[in-house]
Design a protein around this ligand. Structure first.
Ligand code: NAP
Ligand code: MG
Length: 402
């Protein structure tokens, strides 16, 4: 069979540990036999980031902006122990953080669902995508512990004007205080990325804050989202996409009763918490995919999980592993599918969907990695090792591509 040609290059970012070992196999066994694709390869292994003083991460992010679609393997974010382990020059920053700030992107996390892996919440019939505004609020705050009576004030000194002061609290005893901020430009980018994603995926958008209590800070988020929704009203209407605004507590209750299928956009802290709840509700980390979308519609796909160090140690000792490769495969299919869409090459997108079907059919047929055994409704499922699972997917795909 002739290979399918991918018109525009795809940027590939390699990673670390177990995720890297699986990555290589996915590429060799499931992608390259079928696609003729120009891959712009960047090795983001922690040792190579160190050797290049992290320049490779910056180059990869820029290449993703240039070509429009990238796919990334999970990478180590070094801490003190990792610096010792790999003799690194320093604790390099999180590659995902670097890429996110260069691309000015928003992360969308979406569970991969199957018939025989039901969500914990019975009402959920379709995947819920979570978007977290990963900038500002308490993640960039200033905090202080008040140890004796005294006044804490918020002071704003405009470039040309008199300072404005607000008393936060006049302390009579000990306590705590914090100051935090966000930027119109960042909230706007977030809202734009959300609508770009929703229009691409044809999903409804939910957004929520606590504007009944925070009448200025949270209300600003609400108003910016509303303005972005209004600016696209015709496009959203034409695509049949609705925008709904809720109070955060109402949204949480509504989500539990909903059938799913929406894009749930959240402020930073809400998204941090709710994304873990949604991930747990849908099952394994190995079934959670993730895509970084920038406001201009550039995409970087990855699995939501890390490098799966514990499994890698077993792999290094020559022991058997059963690591779930589904989210990594879906990172590839996400990127390939999007590339086909942007290039106007439906055969490329169709291949991505075939590969996804092969994964789902394999698991629905009862063959799965062992993390899924506790979640499946299949009687007598076959829990297999990492490589047996990939072989089973490859066989299913081969049949489908005949
Ligand atoms: P992790 O790699 O996500 O693994 C945590 C645990 O979750 C695993 O030990 C495993 O549990 C389970 N798990 C995760 N993915 C799985 C999969 N595909 N199949 C089966 N089980 C899976 O998180 P971590 O151990 O906290 O972090 C390891 C390294 O990854 C760190 O160096 C961190 O910096 C990096 N990291 C990278 C990214 C990224 O690049 N996006 C994200 C998060 C973490 P059991 O051991 O119980 O089986
Ligand atoms: Mg969290």
């Amino acid at each position: 069979m002739a290979k399918i040609t991918v018109k525009t290059p795809i940027v590939e970012m390699d990673g670390d540990e177990m995720a890297r070992v699986m990555w290589q196999r996915i590429k060799e066994q499931l992608i390259l036999p079928y696609l003729d694709v120009d891959i712009k390869y960047y090795d983001l292994a922690v040792t190579n980031r160190d050797a290049t003083d992290d320049q490779v991460t910056v180059d990869a992010a820029k290449a993703t902006l240039e070509y429009g679609v990238g796919v990334k393997c999970a990478t180590i974010t070094p801490n003190e122990d990792r610096v010792k382990e790999f003799h690194l020059k320093r604790e390099w920053p999180s590659p995902n953080g670097t890429i996110r700030s260069i691309m000015d992107g928003t992360v969308f996390r979406r569970p991969i669902t199957m018939q025989n892996i039901p969500p914990a919440v019975r009402a959920w019939k379709r995947p819920i995508t979570i978007a977290r505004h990963a900038f500002g609020d308490i993640y960039r705050d200033q905090e202080l512990v008040v140890s004796q009576p005294g006044k804490v004030e918020l002071v704003y000194t405009p470039q040309d004007g008199a300072p404005q002061r607000l008393v936060v609290n006049d302390f009579q005893g000990g306590g705590v205080a914090m100051g935090m901020f966000n930027l119109d430009s960042s909230i706007q980018s977030f809202a734009r990325a959300c609508f770009t994603y929703a229009i691409g995926e044809k999903v409804n958008v939910w957004f929520n804050t606590k504007d009944t209590i925070s009448k200025k800070y949270h209300a600003r988020f609400r108003d910016i989202f509303q303005a972005e929704a209004d600016a696209r009203k015709a496009v959203l209407d034409a695509a049949g996409i609705t925008y709904s605004y809720y109070l955060i507590d109402d949204a949480v209750a509504q989500v539990m009763k909903s059938e799913g299928g929406q894009l749930w956009a959240c402020m930073n802290y809400d998204g941090d918490v709710m994304s873990d709840m949604v991930a747990a509700g849908f099952g394994s980390l190995g079934l959670m995919s993730s895509v970084l979308v920038n406001p201009d519609g550039k995409y970087e796909y990855e699995a939501a999980h890390g490098t799966v160090t514990r499994h890698f140690r077993r792999h290094q000792r020559g022991e058997e592993t059963s690591t779930n490769s589904v989210a990594s495969i879906f990172a590839w299919t996400g990127a390939i599918g999007k590339r086909g869409e942007l290039d106007g090459t439906p055969e490329v997108t169709a291949f991505a969907r075939r590969l996804e079907e092969a994964v789902v059919e394999t698991i629905e047929g009862g063959v799965m990695t062992r993390d899924l055994l506790a979640l499946t409704t299949t009687e007598n499922p076959r829990g297999v090792d990492t490589w047996t699972f990939l072989n089973a997917v490859a066989e299913t795909l081969q049949e489908k591509m005949k």
